[in-house]
Design a protein around this ligand. Structure first.
Ligand code: ADP
Ligand code: MG
Length: 444
């Protein structure tokens, strides 16, 4: 079986650009083969979709030329590797085959959770709860913070850790939506007793996104009882939320005080160093060798969440593969720009502009914002002022303040002067245009 896949890969390798092959085929394993099908294991859903939409024919043809058989290609995501493969009616669908197991995402572990000052405390609390669930005052543990910052990751990491230590531990993980839906359907089916039994069997109850409990009083009531029951039995409860319980509207007071009775920790946006670490880790996970300057460019501009960082890497892979080009600095710029969106406020400051102009004109930065009237200096200053107006859209007064307290008429004069020179003076025109492009594009 390995041989077949080896041959197929060799052939694909010789017919595809190296980066496409490395990105999309190197990570695939063949895990099943019969007379009429090949089952490929791919690292994630995105991979599957990408390969299905871009390389389906190529794979089928190659397989056919090597085996002489007409094979149907099916996929499975690595998560399900150890489990029996459920054949699907349609190769386009990947069915989840996990039954009777907590719905834990195996890929969310402590070992691949990158620690930074933004999440240190939350991670430590989560780890401590995992080591001795229910045994100390971190009960309940509530992790809160904005989207894409790792709350769900930590919640699953707790479940995975506990299960690794003790296979028989009864872990129940659900989003508050699922809890709500389960509850509602139990009412409809007259099975509320089963419902409480299920949830109250837990040794560890992990509930994601409890903000969805807002305004659902019956569900809250139900959760309150489940909560108390487990709590009294010394079972661990961990919850996540995108805001503090006190900021949730429509939460009954007694539930609120329950939520706040243990430990509340937050996850915040990653700082620069953490963003770099996350990008390097995610790049490595995707078999991508990114030079530091590219990582730095991404880390400088993609700030809001870890999810954003992750999807930037995926986009990058997709782009390079789609356009048959290697990942280079320009491609990274392009992807970063795209992710920031056209309307996004450009994170650029007067200092950045002055710095660039100084580099391009060889006039010292201090002199640019200073008072000298020597021609090259005054010119560099006027160009800087013009760019501040054009790129940042700053007010004349603000610009004046940043350039040594000049008044707005001086600023206006500088802008007009450069506008005119762009029309009449090729050197200035070229210099200004290239600076403008450079600054806008690199988004400094
Ligand atoms: P939240 O639940 O806070 O919205 P998630 O836990 O879903 O965020 O995280 C979004 C993505 O970012 C996930 O793929 C997760 O694995 C990843 N992630 C978040 N924080 C980290 C981290 N500190 N280290 C590594 N990956 C992280
Ligand atoms: Mg989440």
């Amino acid at each position: 079986m390995d041989n077949i896949w080896f041959d197929i890969k060799e052939q694909l390798k010789s017919s595809l650009p190296a980066h496409a092959y490395n990105t999309w085929f190197e990570p695939i394993n063949l895990i099943g083969h019969s007379n009429n099908e090949l089952v490929l294991e791919v690292p994630n859903q995105f991979f599957y979709e990408w390969i299905e939409s871009h390389y389906k024919n190529q794979i089928t043809k190659t397989a056919e030329s090597i085996t002489g058989q007409n094979l149907e290609v099916k996929y499975t995501v690595s998560l399900e590797r150890q489990l029996p493969l459920e054949t699907t009616e349609s190769p386009h669908k990947i069915k989840k085959v996990i039954k009777d197991k907590p719905n834990l995402n195996k890929r969310y572990t402590f070992s691949n959770f990158i620690e930074g000052s933004n999440n240190q405390f939350a991670r430590a609390a989560a780890l401590s709860v995992s080591k001795s669930p229910g045994l100390h005052s971190f009960n309940p543990l509530l992790i809160y913070g904005g989207v894409g910052l790792g709350k769900t990751h930590l919640l699953h990491a707790i479940g995975n850790y506990i299960l690794d230590e003790k296979e028989t531990a009864k872990i129940i993980i659900a989003s508050s939506e699922k809890f709500t839906l389960d509850f509602i359907s139990s009412i409809q089916k007259n099975k509320t007793i089963d419902f409480s039994k299920t949830y109250r069997k837990a040794d560890v109850l992990l509930i994601d996104d409890i903000q969805f409990f807002q305004k659902k009083e019956q569900t809250q009531e139900q959760f309150f009882h489940t909560f108390n029951d487990l709590y009294q039995k010394g079972k661990q409860i961990v919850m996540t939320s995108d805001r503090l319980p006190s900021e949730m509207s429509g939460l009954t007071d007694r539930l609120l005080s329950r939520f706040e009775s243990g430990l509340v920790v937050d996850v915040q946006q990653p700082d620069f160093e953490t963003r770099v670490a996350i990008l390097m880790e995610k790049a490595e996970q995707n078999g991508l060798d990114l030079p530091y300057d590219m990582v730095e460019l991404m880390a400088t501009h993609i700030k809001s969440s870890v999810r954003e960082l992750e999807s930037t890497i995926i986009r990058l892979l997709a782009y390079s593969s789609l356009s048959n080009c290697d990942i280079d600095f320009n491609l990274v710029k392009k992807v970063v720009l795209e992710r920031l969106g056209n309307g996004a406020p450009i994170d650029i400051s007067t200092t950045d502009i002055v710095k660039r102009v100084a580099e391009a004109t060889k006039v010292n930065e201090k002199e640019i914002v200073g008072s000298s009237r020597k021609r090259p200096i005054a010119e560099a200053r006027q160009i800087s002022i013009y760019l501040c107006r054009e790129i940042m859209g700053s007010s004349l007064m603000d610009i004046g303040m940043n350039f040594g307290g000049r008044d707005h008429t001086t600023v206006l004069h500088a802008c007009r002067n450069i506008e005119n020179k762009i029309k009449s003076d090729k050197r200035i025109s070229y210099l200004v245009r290239s600076l403008q492009q450079d600054l806008t594009f690199s988004l400094i």
